[in-house]
Design a protein around this ligand. Sequence first.
Ligand code: PHE
Length: 448
Amino acid sequence: MAAAGVRERFGSRAGFLLAAAGSAVGLGNMWRFPYLASENGGAAFVLVYVVLTLLLGIPLLLAEFAIGRRGQSGPIGSLRKLGGRGWGALGYLFVLVGGVILAYYSVIAGWTVRYGLEALLTGFAPSSAEHFAEVSSGADAVAFHVAFMAATVLIVVGGVKGGIERASLVMMPMLFVMLVGLAVWAATLDGAGAGYAVYLQPKFAEIMHPDVWRAAASQAFFSLSLGMGGMLTFASYLSRDQNLPESATVVAFTDFSVAFVAGLLVFPVIYSFALQDAVSASTIGALFIAVPSAFAAMGAVGRVVGLVFFLVLALGAITSTISLLEVVTASAMDEYGLSRRRAALLAGTAITLVGVVPALDTDVLGLMDKVVGELLLLAGGLVLAVFAGWRLRGPVREELLAGASPFWRRQVPWILLVLRFVVPAIVAVVLFFSLRGTLAAVAEFAAG
Ligand code: PHE
């Protein structure tokens, strides 16, 4: 329990929704989603992604919301209280995964701040690939990572209402407005039509490809912040009058909309400047090389647009990093009775140190992202689906009904069916097929 013994609460429904949407909306939407879409058949990927958001995303969001609000603790405390010590031990997995994601995510977030400052102060470097190599290595990368972590700690120390909620209420609307502005600007580019065509014309043959489904499933987890207890922790600050099914739908819809609009921005930019090859050349760097080189070619306009673009990325990132740090912070508070300030500082320092490794080596960063995205989040999601759908079925149903409007109450039975049967089945299959590839990547990395 926190020192005062009374659990913190969000101050408003909008505060909770924007904080949860803030966790979901982030680098995943603007950096990973357009990249995956361009590599996996454009519109085919988008379609599969929508299907999986409905089939996996919303039910799992609800599992996390229901467990968190019922348990009134972070993942460790909630699983232990509701399921016993064995399940509680599994809760540590979530906290660990949250910390690992934060360690490398903050490194990428640091790059976005660096590019934003360059737009403001010096303009974009003409040779983007070489410049990205500088940005993503050495002391510079470490410094921006440390600064980003410091900003994250500062917000989380402010508390649920005074820090996280307040930041989300200001930052998320800014992000939406700027992103739409950018997409409108992108529509005026010469190659916009070609970009839209690739993004929006489905090549149906691609839909049959299992890899497209695998990529879309892991992206749905990452983008909705599922499988690491972040949404669970936020829901532990809710009272019982909140309509959970409606909230989950709003969060998933917002997250998808931002990803979709990010595609409407990135595809025209890439096709106007014929940067397709730069995108497929490097996973992690794709957007950090291709997009800035387009801005560099545009002169003064590029600096303004680039500044807004990287500001949007940085805002998306910080509303996500606060949710990641909050999982670890809340767990340290719940489990060890630390004050919020102490817990956030300790967790933040430890994670900052771990992040130095991916800051110095983008191969490590890529590997961490792969292991997290393809294995750990999916495994966490499987645990949560089984826990909520089987072990805690009755209480979860009660939580979903409590506070729900009549319309949403009618949806609860089939949501539960999907959670019990469809989600574990799909996630298990995807995990099975990811396991070999991911372990092979780890082995290859270890071999040098
Ligand atoms: N959902 C965030 C994004 O899309 C990343 C994230 C993953 C945040 C997992 C929290 C937990 O950028």
